[in-house]
Design a binder for this molecule. Structure first.
Ligand SMILES: CSC[C@H]1O[C@@H](n2cnc3c(O)ncnc32)[C@H](O)[C@@H]1O
Ligand SMILES: [Zn+2]
Length: 476
């Protein structure tokens, strides 16, 4: 005791520290006395755009991640109890849910710019289907998917819905890149690169579904009948049965162009939406892309089956397919997400561009600047998109318990200032190159624009090889 006393005398500063520790312990409130919690990842200091039910935007907020889930979201003052293995300082930046590309064909990045400025039927039948017949192989699909994943990570997409051929390869590459996806094996009534008949396609789809259906952390398998004009009623029914048998989503192009309406009317005496209802293809977890050729009485049909709608404004504009009645479908209670479609009809996979376009397109066609305001558009790319793809219980907002899929976006560029209203800044003034950091399922895929899961240089080389091959194939 005496020795302690003499030491304390010798070190007055130590006395002070002991006194201070005791005093602060006595003055701490029970909340402040909580033990610290160690988490895997802590993002602090940014403006957290939660997209939760109250649409809370938390300036100087934080986000804590443990494993693949968000465990806490709040103000910086509440972040004190968290210690983390990885801390990301996000002041001056926005932290938002990862963007959801609800309709695409990822390998088509390798057909980007191959056939432009054409209407849908001509584009598909004269250029894209023949180019696919000559070029789509497992190898090509893997290379195109890698390029797409690189582009999507760089532009803030964390989840996408795909429909194409060789989907097991798409799933494999997507998993390696670390992205989340609903991956739909295409079924179509003519011979395609991975199936000579729809029956073979269906058998393949079932094998693929069985491989991925039990709780894969990133991949949800799906059945993807191409469209009502390329799939006979028997094919559509078989797809629905397969989806129901395994409880997986069904993804389809629906009511895209007036040529589809004419064909379906001629063949079956009904418009596309009543036709697919009558056939029985609408059902649980249906995701329908485009949905342009609609009449007001058809929204109730879509609502009855809780069909998720995907609006693809840039593809629809480029193929001159028309303008979907997005405000009316939303008013009818339908969930409408955003999609880019494939890179051959867009020509990129950039959801920041898609948001800007969607917001402006509907204003100009209606001569009404109040339709689809920036906040609504941001919803369509996040929580509403998650509803459209039937995943809103897991993704689309930043809330404790949800999967940790989020992006950190710089909002301090001169082009974004003075930033009066964050939704406006994000939709109208932000570029995909402002995305700095991307996290999916709790894992960092890009940090400060450095890609962590893909070899960017190798992807550039591989793309150049396929460019040459595809060009040569078209000259034969
Ligand atoms: C089911 S996906 C595979 C198939 O669809 C083709 N495709 C790409 N974009 C569109 C579109 O907007 N409408 C219809 N079909 C499309 C793609 O080239 C594949 O052959
Ligand atoms: Zn499409």
């Amino acid at each position: 005791m005496s020795s302690l006393h003499s030491r304390l005398k010798a070190f007055p500063s130590l006395t002070f520290i002991l006194f201070w520790l005791l005093a602060s312990a006595l003055l701490l409130t029970p909340g402040q006395m909580r033990a610290t919690t160690t988490v895997d990842l802590l993002v602090r200091g940014g403006t957290v755009v939660t997209m939760d039910a109250q649409r809370r935007i938390i300036p100087d907020g934080f986000l804590a991640v443990q494993g693949n889930r968000i465990v806490a979201v709040g103000t910086a003052a509440e972040a004190g109890q968290y210690r983390a293995r990885t801390v990301i300082e996000a002041s001056g930046k926005a932290v938002l849910p990862g963007l959801i590309n609800a309709h695409t064909h990822v390998p088509m990045t390798l057909f980007r710019g191959l056939a432009d400025d054409l209407a849908l039927q001509e584009w598909l039948t004269k250029f894209i289907f023949p180019a696919e017949a000559k070029n789509v192989t497992r190898e090509m699909v893997r290379a195109g998917t890698r390029l797409a994943c690189l582009e999507m990570i760089r532009s803030g997409t964390t989840c996408f819905v795909d429909m194409y051929y060789f989907e097991d390869d798409i799933a494999d590459v997507t998993e390696a890149a670390g992205l989340r996806a609903i991956v739909g094996q295409t079924i179509i009534d003519f011979p395609v690169p991975d199936a000579l008949t729809p029956q073979i396609g269906l058998a393949q789809a079932e094998r693929f579904i069985q491989k991925y259906k039990t709780g894969h952390p990133l991949i949800t398998p799906a059945v993807a009948p191409h469209a009502p004009y390329t799939c006979a009623p028997e094919t559509l029914i078989a797809c629905r049965k397969l989806a129901d048998k395994h409880g997986v989503p069904l993804v389809i192009h629906l009511a895209e162009a007036d040529t589809e309406t004419q064909t379906i009317l001629e063949r079956y005496g009904r418009r596309p939406i009543p036709h697919v209802e009558r056939v029985g293809v609408l059902g649980a977890r249906t995701i329908a892309a485009h949905v342009i050729q609609t009449q007001p009485d058809e929204y109730a049909i879509l609502k009855k089956y809780n069909v998720g709608i995907v609006h693809c404004p840039q593809s629809n504009m480029k193929l001159a397919a028309g303008v979907a009645a997005v405000p009316e479908m939303r008013a009818a209670g339908l969930a409408v997400g955003l999609g880019t479609d494939g890179a051959a009809s867009n020509n990129d996979l950039d959801l920041f561009e898609e948001m800007d376009t969607a917001a402006k397109l509907h204003k100009v066609v209606r001569r009404d600047p109040t339709v689809l305001p920036a906040e609504t558009i941001l919803e369509m790319a996040t929580i509403e998109g998650a509803r459209a793809i039937h995943m809103a219980d897991r993704i689309g907002s930043l809330e404790a318990g949800k999967l940790a899929d989020f992006i950190i976006v710089d909002v301090s560029n001169p082009r974004q200032l003075p930033n009066y209203q964050l939704a406006s800044t994000l939709v109208y003034a932000t570029k995909s190159s402002d995305v700095e950091t991307v996290v999916v399922n709790g894992k960092l895929l890009m940090r400060d624009r450095r890609i962590l899961t893909l070899d960017e240089a190798a992807i550039r080389r591989e793309t150049a090889t396929f460019r040459k091959r595809i060009l040569e194939s078209l000259q034969k």
